[in-house]
Each structure stands twice: as structure tokens, then as C-alpha cells.
Design a protein. Structure first.
Length: 126
């Protein structure tokens, strides 16, 4: 997978209406940024690029940064917001030592329940 050092690759799940709405809004904010958007709903084999399980990528946002580092969950949001000039302040806030563990825990709980809700609604089959 070829990405430049200043580029990131975002792996997301458009079958989740909440995730899709968030990514659509983010794409609008980042139209001039060096970023690749990979929808695992339409290209499930893309998870092989990051050696991850499809269901885990459906549950949590994944980002591959320009150095080849995989970021998951809040770290993925951090990588995205660092690329967006008017959202870098968010990246700084979520990096604060007393906020980071709380947001990581909150995101992981939210992602778990959102994933279960999506399955219950039949947005995709396991």
C-alpha cells in the first residue's frame, strides 16, 4: 500500500448510519487534505492491508498514517484531526494526559454498543 508521509488512509464502515454520517461530514471538512477513504462495507478485502479483522474495523475506526502506523479508535480520530487545519485543537485536547484515557474508554464502550445496535438492526451480517 502506497501512501505518502503526509497522507493518511482511513478505514470506515458506511453500513453503520452513525459512522457514515460522521465520515461524510469529515470528508467535507477535509476535501483538500491528503487522505484516502476506504469503505470496508464496499471493499471488505481492504482490511487485509492492515492485517485486521473485518468485524473489528466495522466496530472501530482505523487509520494508517504516513509512517505505516495503525491507529484505532480515538487515536484514529487524533490522526484525522491533525490533518484538518480547523480541527487541530481537537487533536491537542484529546492528547492531554488526563483526558486521553477517559476518551479512549468512552469511545471503546460507545463503539461496542453501536456495533451491537448495528447488528441488531441488520445493517450487515456477521
Amino acid at each position: 500500500m502506497n501512501i505518502k508521509s503526509d497522507e493518511i488512509k482511513v478505514y470506515y464502515n458506511s453500513a453503520c448510519p452513525v459512522c457514515n454520517a460522521g465520515i461524510s461530514a469529515q470528508k467535507d471538512k477535509m476535501s483538500t487534505c491528503a487522505i484516502q477513504w476506504v469503505d470496508v462495507n464496499t471493499d471488505s478485502n481492504a482490511v487485509n492491508e492492515i492485517s485486521s479483522d473485518l468485524e473489528f474495523v466495522r466496530e472501530r475506526l482505523h487509520v494508517l498514517d504516513g509512517n505505516g502506523n495503525l491507529k484505532i479508535g480515538m487515536e484514529a480520530f487524533h490522526a484525522i484531526w491533525q490533518q484538518t487545519s480547523n480541527e487541530r485543537w481537537k487533536a491537542k485536547i484529546i492528547s492531554l494526559p488526563f483526558i486521553k484515557p477517559l476518551l479512549n474508554a468512552a469511545y471503546n464502550i460507545f463503539a461496542k454498543y453501536l456495533y451491537k445496535w448495528n447488528l441488531k438492526k441488520g445493517h450487515w451480517k456477521k
